[in-house]
Design a protein around this ligand. Structure first.
Ligand code: HEM
Length: 204
């Protein structure tokens, strides 16, 4: 039994380190890219945006995954406990993406001039909305917001829609954003559809 608990602890420790490495990987790759001779700051814009979007989709996929697994799997329970942190890391990459954009643009009036463009305001709005659930991703905020906590967390749904539009406009096509969001949407669909089939079977 003691051995089992010890094994579980070291399993969790390894998983924590693996997750931290995985989440830091996009940053590592960006820093590595920056070593290249012909590198310019704008080169870091697409990877930082992609990291923000993909990590956000991954954090969102954990909820339906847990519903499908029915809380039985220790790995899924571990992921559920990490979900908020993963969401905050997604926000950190989005903030980095904005920081790179601001430094690359280099002038406030240039940024203001293009803020009305659909590919740009969708990014600003996505980031502004994303900031709220990110700020509320701790126990103190949860206690403070009480009944409002869930609606605040649900802001991630419009953030996903805005991110997809932002991505599709700036990268001139829907294929890439849709391919990346598809696994998360498939998990949501499966989590909604499966109980309907289970109910039908018990009705018979
Ligand atoms: C704060 C406001 C934002 C601004 C001003 C902004 C700006 C930009 C710009 C200029 C690009 C084009 C990069 C290029 O053509 O090389 C871009 C791409 C992108 N952005 Fe944003 N962005 C913002 C917020 C966000 C947020 C919140 C997300 C996701 C959560 C995001 C995800 C992306 C993605 C996925 C791409 C396409 C990357 C690719 O596949 O190449 N952006 N953004």
């Amino acid at each position: 039994m003691v051995n089992g608990v010890g094994q579980m602890r070291s399993w969790r420790r390894i998983a924590n380190v693996a997750l931290a490495v995985l989440l830091a990987l996009p940053l590592g790759l960006m820093l590595q890219g920056a070593q290249q001779e012909d590198w310019v700051l704008a080169d870091a814009l697409p990877p930082s945006g992609e990291a923000a979007a993909l990590i956000m989709f991954a954090a969102m996929a954990i909820g339906p995954l847990a519903r499908l697994a029915g809380g039985r799997s220790e790995a899924v329970r571990w992921l559920m406990r990490r979900r908020r942190n993963i969401g905050v890391v997604a926000f950190a990459y989005a903030a980095l993406h904005l920081g790179i954009y601001i430094v690359d643009m280099g002038a406030f009036d240039l940024m203001l001039a293009e803020i009305g463009a659909p590919g740009i305001w969708t990014g600003w709005l996505a980031l502004a909305l994303m900031a709220l659930p990110a700020a509320a991703s701790n126990d103190r905020a949860m206690r403070f917001l009480r009944g409002w906590w869930k609606p605040v967390q649900r802001l991630v749904y419009p953030v996903v829609a805005l991110t997809l539009v932002h991505w599709a406009i700036l990268m001139y096509g829907w294929r890439e954003p849709l391919v990346h969001v598809a696994p998360m949407l498939a998990l949501y669909a499966a989590a909604v559809i499966r109980p309907l089939f289970a109910r039908k079977r018990t009705d018979r």
